[in-house]
Design a binder for this molecule. Structure first.
Ligand code: HEM
Length: 125
């Protein structure tokens, strides 16, 4: 594991669990996003946590379980319009703002830029 990773600096898996929990609380209240996700969100939470942990420099459990992320391909089944992209990003940014106290300014900006860029790249309608 890279000692100098965002994962290490934010305090490991716990941070990402909280980030994902806050994200899905917002998904549950969002009329565009909620219908796109399964009824039971527990597996969605688990997989997104594993992905983010790995992306930000933590253990590679996501890769072991699911293979290469290929996020664009995995999102093809969902109609990601500009509105859906904006709703997704707003839910993630709301949760990130809430967890912001745990981050340095640099780490906060890096995560914000990543989510914004990645959400835009997954738009497919
Ligand atoms: C920064 C942008 C995003 C990231 C990092 C991300 C990440 C992920 C990951 C890791 C998965 C699980 C893939 C797997 O099966 O291994 C996933 C699933 C999914 N994503 Fe995204 N995603 C992003 C943006 C979006 C957007 C913009 C939407 C639509 C509004 C979306 C909707 C979904 C849905 C509906 C699933 C399936 C959930 C499930 O079946 O449990 N994602 N995403």
């Amino acid at each position: 594991m890279n000692e100098d990773s965002v994962y290490e600096r934010v305090g490991g898996e716990d941070f990402f669990r909280r980030l994902v929990e806050g994200f899905y609380e917002r998904v549950e209240r969002d009329d565009i996003l909620r219908p796109m996700y399964p009824e039971d969100l527990s597996e969605s939470k688990r997989v997104l946590t594993l992905f983010l942990v790995q992306y930000w420099g933590g253990p590679g459990t996501y890769l072991e379980e699911r293979g290469h992320p290929r996020l664009r391909m995995r999102h093809v089944p969902f109609r990601i319009t500009k509105r859906a992209r904006d709703a997704w990003l707003s839910a993630m940014m709301g949760s990130l703002e809430e967890a912001r106290g745990d981050l340095s300014e640099d780490d906060f900006v890096e995560m914000r830029e990543y989510f914004s860029m990645a959400a835009t790249s997954l738009r497919n309608v």
